[in-house]
Design a binder for this molecule. Structure first.
Ligand SMILES: N[C@@H](CCC(=O)N[C@@H](CS)C(=O)NCC(=O)O)C(=O)O
Length: 211
């Protein structure tokens, strides 16, 4: 049994979608980051950086913060969604780290400057919207070459990246420029585990899907 500490954000959804895909039993503990619950001392003991998501694996006593580390841990625990061969594993690492180092941080800044604080910092808005568009281009190019980010198979690299793209309505992109990313996005959106994990801990809206 896994205790999941989360909120309905892209980083949180990575782990709830992952848990659904892995078929693991989990108990959800909502941490309302809009009410600063991530700063509660009890939560800090599990997540030293005061951010969701975090897990505690009751089977092993392992507690983990950082969505990338959590997905790697769960893939290791189940032997799923990560290739067995070294070449395949490193491709997953490559695209997982690209998500952790670029997709999440850059798109996250776009949300802050272009969505929540529009007009306050024009340079930052321009910089992060441009960076977001550039990243969409990188993903689109990759997905023009391979079915999923790390190759032929759906892996934790896709699970980590998809929830960020599911916020595309905030990114001011034109889907006509990114047909391969659109194909990938829509295919993953249709997966039952993704639909279930998207609504954890609360349903906010249906998954947006571009026309
Ligand atoms: N690198 C971390 C980022 C986690 C993160 O930024 N979580 C956000 C929600 S998406 C959060 O908890 N924000 C609350 C805060 O910054 O105080 C991960 O991937 O788990």
């Amino acid at each position: 049994m896994i205790d999941l500490y989360t909120w309905q954000t892209p980083n949180g959804r990575k782990v709830s979608i992952g848990l659904e895909e892995f078929g693991l039993d989990y108990e959800t503990h909502p941490v309302n980051i809009g009410k600063d619950e991530q700063f509660a001392p009890d939560f800090l003991a599990i997540s030293p950086n005061n951010k969701i998501p975090a897990i505690v694996d009751r089977d092993t006593g392992t507690s983990l913060m950082e969505s990338g580390a959590i997905l790697l841990y769960l893939a290791d625990k189940t032997g799923m969604l990560m290739p067995g061969d070294a070449k395949g594993r490193w491709k997953v690492m490559e695209w997982l780290m690209m998500q952790m180092g670029s997709v999440g941080p850059m798109l996250g800044q776009t949300h802050h400057f272009a969505r929540f604080n529009e007009g306050k910092a024009p340079y930052a808005e321009e910089r992060f919207l441009n960076e977001t568009k550039r990243i969409y281009g990188v993903l689109n190019k990759r997905l023009g070459e391979t079915k999923y980010l790390a190759g032929d198979d759906y892996t934790i690299a896709d699970i980590a990246t998809w929830p960020w793209i599911s916020r595309y309505e905030w990114h001011r992109i034109d889907w006509a420029d990114f047909p391969d990313l659109k194909r990938w996005y829509a295919g993953i959106a249709a997966r039952p585990a993704v639909q279930k994990g998207y609504d954890v801990p609360n349903k906010v809206q249906d998954i947006p899907v571009p026309e």
